[in-house]
Design a protein around this ligand. Sequence first.
Ligand code: AMP
Length: 217
Amino acid sequence: MRVIFLGPPGSGKGTQAKHMEKVFKIPQLSTGDLLRAAVKAESDLGQEAKGHMEAGRLVPDGLVISLILERMKESDCANGFMLDGFPRTTIQAETLEKALEKNQSPIDGVIEFLIDHEKLVERLVGRRICPKGHGEWHIKFHPPLKSNLCDTCGEKLEHRADDHEDRIVTRLKAYRDDTEPLCQFYRDKGLLNTLKAEGNIAEITAELEALISRLGA
Ligand code: AMP
C-alpha cells in the first residue's frame, strides 16, 4: 500500500504516520526527517539543505527527489510506504508518478489533513521533539512528564530551528503557494481523500485508520 499524507506543517501528519507504521506495518518516509538526519551527519546534501530548512524555505527539488527515490529502494518499502512531507511541489509529484509508473507500483491514495492555518502557529511554536526520534510534545497542549525531557529516553527535548514564528509564516506560505495545488493535482486523478485533522486525537486516528484500510482493500 502506497499512501501520501498531504497537509501543512503542524497538521499532525508525522505523529499519525508514526502510529500507522505499527498498525499497517509499512514505513513512514518523511523527507523532513531524512533531511534533518543529513544535516546532523553534515553530509554534502545536509550542508546544501541546511540554510533552506532553517529559513523555512523548501529545499531544491533535485536534492529531495533523489533522496526519497533512494530511500524507496530499501527493502522495508517492498510492501508499501506512507509518504509524509513529500511531494511538496508539482515537479516532485510528477517525478514521483513517473518513477512509480516505471515500477508498476502506483499510489493507492492521498490523504489531505484539513486544519485551520490560524491554529498552526501556536501548535508549532510550542512543539518540542525528541532528538532520538521518540516523538514530539507541546509545552502547553501535551507537555512531557518531566519538564523538557523525552518521556521515553530522558533526552533533552529540542525546539526545531524552523519552529519559530517568522519561519513558520514562511513555511505556511510555501505550503499555500507550492504544495496546496497538489490537492487539485490528485483530485483530478481521483486519488484525493480528506481528513478533518482538528479535535479529538483518538477520533482522528480512528478515522485515518479506517481511511487507509479502505484504500488498501
Ligand atoms: P517537515 O519536517 O516536513 O516540516 O520539513 C522540514 C523542512 O524540510 C521543510 O520546511 C523544508 O525546508 C524541508 N523539506 C522537507 N520535505 C521537503 C520537500 N518534499 N521538498 C522540499 N523541502 C522539503
